[in-house]
Design a protein around this ligand. Structure first.
Ligand code: AMP
Length: 464
């Protein structure tokens, strides 16, 4: 594998330096993107040259645009009607929808068509996906299971696929999609470009890369470490103090976009209920809710009609909501990678953010493991005096269960200050989307065939 040589990179690269056509540039501008992020600066030229890529980059680095933009450009440059040209395989519906939204925004002024194939919904959705596949939507964004369901029929023709993108490949392997991915790949032409992105690079990912990629360029962005700009703070507390502390952190602070992560559905449901009772605009979201309800909740959250989402790890990866002001880990996640994904929901792209973790006595050992992964301790903060004593942070003494007998050390030290203080952070990510995504969810104006410059209309299943 070749590793990108950083000194070759021009820090001042602009989107116009990539040779994108005017229609694509218009979409990029309308999306509010001004300067390419590091992964975009590295990946876009290589993808345009036709290289295979293995990118180690978590959500929040701009990896979606890093692969979508050159793919759109390649399709615009050599239009071959009614053929699927690029296939993006992702682990979850949420991620498929998020990529589809960006796709819609960037391609808004181009004739490029796309469809997200992710299941859920009713039979009419399947029929719509089928129609778009038959008509050859040029970019297909899919989850593995749903694509397999379509491939069981004969109408899918991937002979024209030139680029395969595996996004969050590590997550897909974790979810047991290896065989499904390989089955889908069997339907693609052998000669094609392959792009693979993963937040972590365990051995299984390297193995998959060897099977799928050809002489890939390796790009590493913030290798599985949280974005440096996230201010991380932790409160060692007793379990019973978590609820009042969460309420204290949220109430009266004018926070409009907060995610509280819980390790279990039950704890998310309970906490959601309690926060609502406290008068907060809060809502729990987890896999017990159907897809439609989850989408409605996410929409309300994006529109700031809901201020606090209480979520399980379902949301810790792949969800794209701009300017999350605060992440609270109500429970310490089991895996360090989950911690990284959770706190990666804040400090997206150009903005900074805050992540607060509440650590019960029993969870101290788990949190110490996370700190080892981070290679640095997280600042410990103290609760206001009226919360009473708190446990001392001493994970080595608590291995295997936590000391329940007494409260050694009483209130622990720490001068981390009150993290809530940053809540009034003005502004947001430069290059955000002041005017919103062009076209919104409703598709391009003028319908599928009435779009100016259209060439016989988009496949009718697209952009629904
Ligand atoms: P991603 O890592 O692809 O999930 O992107 C994270 C967020 O950053 C998304 O909201 C993108 O719209 C945004 N973003 C990506 N690249 C840029 C850029 N060059 N300028 C501004 N925002 C960006």
């Amino acid at each position: 594998m070749t590793t990108f040589v950083p000194h070759l990179r021009k820090e001042s690269l602009k989107f116009s330096d990539f040779g994108f056509g005017p229609e694509l540039m218009e979409g990029i501008e309308a999306m509010g993107f001004e300067t390419p992020t590091p992964i975009q600066q590295q990946a876009i030229p290589a993808i345009l040259e036709g290289r295979d890529i293995i990118g180690s980059a978590q959500t929040g680095t701009g990896k979606t645009a890093a692969f979508l933009l050159p793919v759109i450009q390649q399709i615009v440059a050599s239009k071959k009607p009614n053929k699927t040209r690029a296939l993006v395989i992702v682990p979850t519906r949420e991620l498929a929808m998020q990529i589809d939204q960006q796709m819609e925004g960037f391609s808004y002024f181009t004739p490029v068509t796309s469809i997200a194939v992710y299941g859920g919904g009713d039979g009419s959705l399947f029929a719509r996906e089928k129609k778009a596949l038959i008509e050859g939507a040029e970019v297909v964004i899919c989850t593995p299971g749903r694509m397999i369901a379509h491939l069981l029929n004969t109408y899918v023709n991937f002979d024209g696929v030139e680029t395969l993108i595996l996004d969050e490949a590590d997550r897909m392997l974790d979810m047991g999609f290896h065989d499904d991915i390989m089955k889908i790949i069997k339907h693609l032409p052998g000669k094609r470009q392959n792009l693979m992105f993963a937040a972590t690079m365990p051995d299984e990912i390297r193995k998959l890369a060897r099977k799928v990629l050809h002489d890939p360029l390796e790009i590493n962005i913030a290798v599985s470490k949280p974005v440096e700009k996230v201010l991380q703070v932790a409160y060692p507390v007793y379990e019973t103090q978590k609820l009042p502390l969460t309420v204290h952190l949220l109430k009266g602070r004018d926070l409009k976009s907060v995610i509280v992560f819980c390790s279990t559905k039950l704890s998310a449901k309970n906490l959601g209920r309690q926060l609502k009772r406290e008068g907060l605009l809060a809502q729990d979201i987890h896999s017990d809710l159907d897809q439609k309800t989850r989408e409605e909740i996410m929409l309300q959250f994006r529109n700031r009609k809901l201020h606090v989402l209480v979520a399980t790890d379902l949301l810790s990866r792949g969800i794209d909501v701009d300017n999350i002001e605060l992440i609270i880990n109500y429970d310490v996640p089991h895996e360090g990678e989950d911690y990284i994904h959770r706190i990666g929901r804040t400090a997206r792209a150009e903005s900074d953010g805050i992540a607060i973790t509440l650590i019960s006595e029993e969870e101290q050992y788990k949190f110490a493991r996370i700190e080892r992964l981070l290679e640095k301790p997280v600042t410990k903060s103290t609760v206001p005096p009226d919360f009473g004593d708190t446990p001392e942070y001493d994970p080595s003494r608590r291995r295997g269960g936590g000391s329940r007998g007494g409260r050694p050390g009483g209130r622990s030290g720490g001068r981390g200050g009150k993290p809530g203080g940053k809540s009034g952070r003005p502004g947001g990510r430069p290059g955000g989307r002041p005017g919103g995504r062009p076209g919104g969810r409703g598709g391009k104006p003028g319908g599928k065939s009435g779009r100016p410059g259209g060439r016989g209309g988009k496949p009718s299943g697209t952009k629904q």
